[in-house]
Design a protein around this ligand. Structure first.
Ligand SMILES: [Zn+2]
Length: 745
């Protein structure tokens, strides 16, 4: 996490001469459960930030490993991210390759911390900060990231940021080796494995010249193959760097898990984080500070990308990382921890140590109360999410084309793909439909399985939902996917042809991940439309429903159409697709002083240009929207109606306010499914909600529905259409139910 560290000169060289103690004699938490790695049961985890310098002898002078570990017992944390080193770059043990924190001179406090935690049966993930390393940056200015004009990136700030293409990477290899060889730990967390800025240092320039050719461009242009090649290099260089750290741990301590901080997966292109980075982790875990929607979206994304489960959803105990003392309310912590439970994720809270080394007991007491209340739910978790609808997320698309032409000195980091995806997610979640997130790997996995079947068996396998990758997905949402490759388009085409339902918007499939602009949509045949002219910046116009689309536009009609200022191409209908809405142009306002109505430019010229089109392709159905209407507040209901029209028989339908999220997980090993309702209101504490009716379409016989963890049986109503419904008891923050199936014997 990015945690402010006061920038100070680190005075004098601190000799690291003390020998490292030989290691341990006891069983670790991992050893006690040899078949199952520590994290599979650790749903309650803690981080105690310890980014403290040593220029003042008071710093960390009062640190006591036993009191530190006692706090974790208080909070019921099953694991701790335990600081071995920090953004400051000082080590908490007598290192031979770096510099030890002065407060611990002559002591191996790291070992004492590990011992104290293991004694209390708390799994230890050792923390190290990559790239952000104040000490290394001060000692080696030649390793630091550089701006386009050769200045040190971030000069004058608190952080020292190193370039992964410089010899810094060998320093990382040496300290990760030292840590892995000398300590017995369950896992290691590498923080900050991302690009905070663009780097133009000599090492990056040299690699770019060798691998791409010439100089790194100084202008951002996503249609310039050279610029895009630089971005793709940044992404692959980052994976290569992460692999150095990961492989070093796996070589010297193969039993330990490895994890690189994963909060960057939904962050914009600058961070350079794409799906291949996930393979350098055993599981993903990331810290997030946004609202209920952000949390919900990122959990579904991490669930898709994580190599193993559970993944972790992490947030600070304090109101923000920059505020050392402000405490999040118990109600907010409970809502966040409950939302993590509903997504079957581990929940991690971050506390920060005081500069002198004391740990404030309050966060641990408060988290202890929250975890105590939620404790009976943790045994209920696991299984596979039911996701009738999946957002297709493309990490190569985390950008906006209207940023083209900006100099690298002031880069545009807006990201229309993530914004559109999150707004689409919000509307689907608010409509209480089963939602997941998928990425390219899911798609290609599905296609490989599909192509592995004889042609005459493919339709049957699709109908029976037997194919992995997109298992259970009925509707795929491509929300303004800025860059899409031919192999992705090809797999999507196969999937729709077999019966998949697709919603796609804006410039999806015009540009590929090399920055090449196609003359038409790669998916033109699937969408049923062709490109007339791409528009990458805002284009005010009205969307006028046609007869065929009138039911989708509740508040609008042809005379009073819906206003939209979003970007999006001009299109023409290509086949016998149905046009659901057309463009009406606003009054043109030829001069700033001229108007038809003083406050607005009302609808003026009706056109036949299509805006919203429905197409049949193979056995599938497609809706294409020229603008990302998922981002238009007044068209939210229209978007929801469109998605519902693609999904006539969802696995559940719930009548509840928008603040309630519903999730469903199949647990075949327990012969049941688990449904969760989470209440997460903007103003907390939550107002309890009564009278929520849940309608399930399980597609099989159910024997009982019971409330968890109480085991109270719910009264079910069975209907002829195969649905089963029940009324939830009062929902405060979390309700969970098991839908039990009869035993086949
Ligand atoms: Zn560099």
């Amino acid at each position: 996490m990015i945690d402010p560290v006061t920038r100070r000169e680190f005075l004098g060289a601190v000799g690291a001469t003390a020998a490292i103690t030989t290691l341990p004699r006891f069983l670790t938490a991992a050893d006690m459960t040899p078949k199952e790695p520590w994290f599979t049961h650790a749903y309650r985890r803690a981080v105690i930030d310890m980014h403290i310098p040593d220029w003042d002898p008071a710093f960390l002078s009062k640190f006591d490993p036993n009191r530190y570990a006692d706090m974790l017992v208080k909070s019921h944390a099953q694991s701790i991210v335990c600081y071995c080193q920090s953004h400051v770059g000082l080590f908490n043990y007598p290192t031979k390759v770096g510099r030890q924190h002065q407060a611990f001179a002559g002591r191996n406090i790291m070992q004492e911390m590990i011992d104290a935690c293991h004694k209390r049966d708390i799994a230890v993930q050792l923390y190290t900060s990559l790239i952000f390393d104040r000490t290394a940056a001060d000692d080696h200015p030649e390793w630091r990231m550089r701006t386009w004009d050769g200045k040190i990136q971030g000069e004058g700030g608190r952080h020292g940021v190193l370039c992964i293409n410089s010899p810094y990477r060998e320093y990382v290899r040496s300290f990760v080796t030292e840590i892995s060889q000398n300590f017995n730990f369950e896992g290691i967390r590498f923080d900050m494995t991302f690009w905070p800025w663009l780097c133009f240092c000599e090492h990056c320039q040299k690699r770019f010249d060798a691998e791409v050719g010439g100089e790194i461009p100084k202008t951002i242009n996503w249609f310039d193959e050279k610029w895009v090649a630089f971005q793709r290099r940044r992404e692959s260089w980052l994976v290569e760097f992460a692999k150095i750290a990961t492989d070093t741990v796996r070589e010297h301590r193969p039993s330990a898990t490895v994890e690189h901080q994963a909060s960057t997966f939904p962050l914009n292109w600058m961070f350079g984080v794409t799906a291949p980075l996930a393979a350098q982790n055993d599981f993903l875990q990331g810290d997030f500070y946004g609202d209920a929607l952000q949390g919900s979206f990122v959990r579904k994304l991490l669930e898709n990308l994580t190599p193993k489960r559970p993944f972790g959803y992490e947030t600070s105990f304090s109101v923000s990382l920059a505020d050392h003392t402000a405490r999040k309310s118990t109600a907010l912590l409970e809502a966040k921890a409950s939302a993590a439970i509903a997504d079957h994720a581990a929940f991690i809270f971050i506390d920060a140590i005081d500069p002198v080394g004391t740990v404030n007991p309050n966060p641990h007491e408060r988290m202890g109360q929250v975890f105590e209340k939620l404790m009976p739910y943790y045994d209920q978790l696991g299984g596979e999410r039911v996701r009738d609808i999946a957002i297709y997320y493309s990490p190569e698309s985390k950008l906006s084309f209207f940023g083209n032409g900006k100099p690298v000195a002031s880069p545009d980091t807006s990201d229309t793909h993530t914004s559109a995806s999150m707004q689409a997610a919000r509307r689907i979640l608010e409509a209480h439909l089963p939602l997941g997130v998928v990425t390219k790997q899911s798609l290609l996995e599905w296609q490989a399985a599909y192509k592995g079947l004889p042609e005459d068996e493919r339709g049957d396998a699709f109908d029976k939902d037997e194919l992995p990758g997109l298992k259970g997905v009925r509707v795929l949402v491509l929300a303004s996917v800025n860059m899409l490759d031919a192999d992705e388009s090809d797999a999507i085409r196969d999937w729709v042809r077999m019966g998949g339902r697709l919603y796609a918007s804006a410039g999806t499939s015009i540009v590929d991940t090399r920055g090449r602009v196609n003359k038409d949509f790669q998916l033109a045949d699937v969408f049923g439309v062709s490109l007339v002219e791409p528009y990458w910046s805002d284009r005010p116009r009205f969307l006028a429903p046609t007869q065929a689309g009138s039911k989708l536009f509740i508040d609008f009609d042809a005379d009073y159409p819906a206003f939209c200022t979003q970007f999006g191409p001009k299109i023409k209908v290509r086949s016998d697709a149905h046009v659901l809405a057309t463009t009406t142009l606003p009054w043109p306002a030829p001069k700033p002083s001229q108007f038809a109505s003083i406050h607005s430019n009302p609808p003026w010229t009706k056109t036949e240009e299509p805006e919203l089109v429905r197409n049949s392709f193979g056995r599938g159905q497609v809706i294409f929207s020229a603008s990302p209407i998922e981002m238009v507040e007044t068209l939210g209901d229209t978007f929801t109606q469109l998605v519902k029209s693609l999904l006539p028989t969802p696995h559940f339908a719930v009548e509840a306010p928008k603040c309630v999220e519903v999730t469903l997980f199949e647990q075949p090993d327990r012969n049941r499914a688990v449904l969760a309702l989470v209440n997460f209101q903007k103003e907390l504490p939550n107002i309890p909600i009564n009278g929520i009716n849940v309608v399930l379409r399980p597609g099989r016989t159910t024997s009982r529905i019971v409330q968890l963890p109480s085991g109270t049986e719910m009264k079910r109503s069975l209907r002829e259409d195969g649905t089963v419904s029940f009324a939830s008891p009062k929902l405060e923050t979390l309700q969970m139910f098991a839908i039990e199936y009869p035993t086949s014997a």
